[in-house]
Design a protein around this ligand. Sequence first.
Ligand code: ZN
Ligand code: ZN
Length: 64
Amino acid sequence: MLIRGCPNMNHSHLSAPVRFCSLCGGIVNQNIHIRRCDKEKHDKSRLQRTKYCVDCGEQLVMGR
Ligand SMILES: [Zn+2]
Ligand SMILES: [Zn+2]
């Protein structure tokens, strides 16, 4: 699914390696199953300034 206005290249890949977009939280590849995440993983992603978890779609960084 393509989300207008999102600059993440994953949206233009048919076989993106992740289910969710880290920028907008939209689904980029429905064929990838949602993974269960733990807090540690989310903390690591947050340190890398990932706004949305690419595995479960949860918003990690609040605000803009
Ligand atoms: Zn996106
Ligand atoms: Zn997650």
